[in-house]
Design a protein around this ligand. Structure first.
Ligand code: ADP
Ligand code: MG
Length: 249
């Protein structure tokens, strides 16, 4: 029986790339409405873990259930993958907007092709979310005409247009000039306040402290420490976490 308060459940998951053991038995749970920050040094497996959550990578061992769907199986069919990808949004460091499409088209294409909505209906929802991220006036612009912060806000709006149950963020502000970080974090903070379930890989400790309900610190493919943002960031127990946090300051 799947626990309905858990958006994502993972038990002992493993992922290898050849002989490289990237995830070494990670367990945890993401509850609905929760914002979980994942932190850790470069190469510790943060992106790989996120990518397993929407099946950009298949796990090699353990058990993974995302929004009620069992992703422990080695093969999923096209219909299952499509369902998963529309329920679980992903926002990337490099935005991944379609460069040859306008902002509006970036927001409507998957609604039409994946969800089968009409042009009119998809454009209405796109306009709603563009307004929400403060970019209503950029509907007909192309990605190259936008700042990095604007591109990332478009990417978030695009994700919201699919009406996802969970959104995964992989270092969403790492590619931005420092003065553009805040506008993206504000949009994410608003989403969190609206009750969206979010898993956020980030180096923004202030964001983690203020917005995340829980923080997971990964080290070499394992959860080294986890707890409330206050516990983990203010009173770290492990030496490795203390060293990691002091390097950020
Ligand atoms: P993080 O996001 O924490 O920086 P990653 O999850 O991207 O770490 O990577 C963890 C490890 O797995 C790194 O050693 C990385 O080089 C390796 N890795 C990631 N993706 C692949 C891949 N597709 N093929 C081979 N090795 C990979
Ligand atoms: Mg990464």
């Amino acid at each position: 029986m799947v626990n309905s308060t858990a958006a994502i459940t993972f038990e002992n998951i493993e992922k290898n790339f050849g002989s490289l053991r990237v995830l070494r038995g990670i367990s945890g749970e993401i509850h609905r409405g929760e914002v979980v920050a994942i932190i850790g040094s470069s190469g510790c497996g943060k992106s790989t873990l996120l990518r397993c959550f929407n099946r950009l990578e298949a796990i090699d061992g353990g058990r993974l259930v995302v929004n009620g769907m069992d992703l422990s199986k080695p093969k999923l069919n096209y219909r299952q993958l499509r369902q998963l990808r529309s329920q679980v949004g992903m926002v990337f460091q490099q935005f991944n907007l379609f460069p040859h499409l306008s902002v509006l088209e970036n927001l409507t294409i998957a609604q039409r092709k994946v969800l089968g909505k009409s042009a009119k209906e998809s454009a209405q929802l796109a306009a709603f979310y563009l307004e929400k991220v403060g970019l209503f006036d950029k509907a007909s612009a192309y990605p190259e005409q936008l700042s990095g912060g604007q591109k990332q806000r478009v990417a978030i709006a695009r994700s919201l247009c699919m009406n996802p149950q969970v959104i995964l963020f992989d270092e969403p502000t790492s590619a931005l000039d420092p003065e553009l970080v805040c506008e993206v974090l504000q949009v994410m903070q608003q989403l969190a306040a609206d009750g969206m379930t979010m898993v956020v890989v980030t180096h923004e400790m202030q964001f983690a402290r203020e917005v995340a309900s829980r923080v997971m610190f990964l080290n070499q493919g394992q959860v080294e420490e986890q707890g409330s943002a206050r516990e983990v960031l203010t009173h770290p127990k492990s030496d490795r976490l203390r060293a990691f946090l002091s390097r950020l300051n």
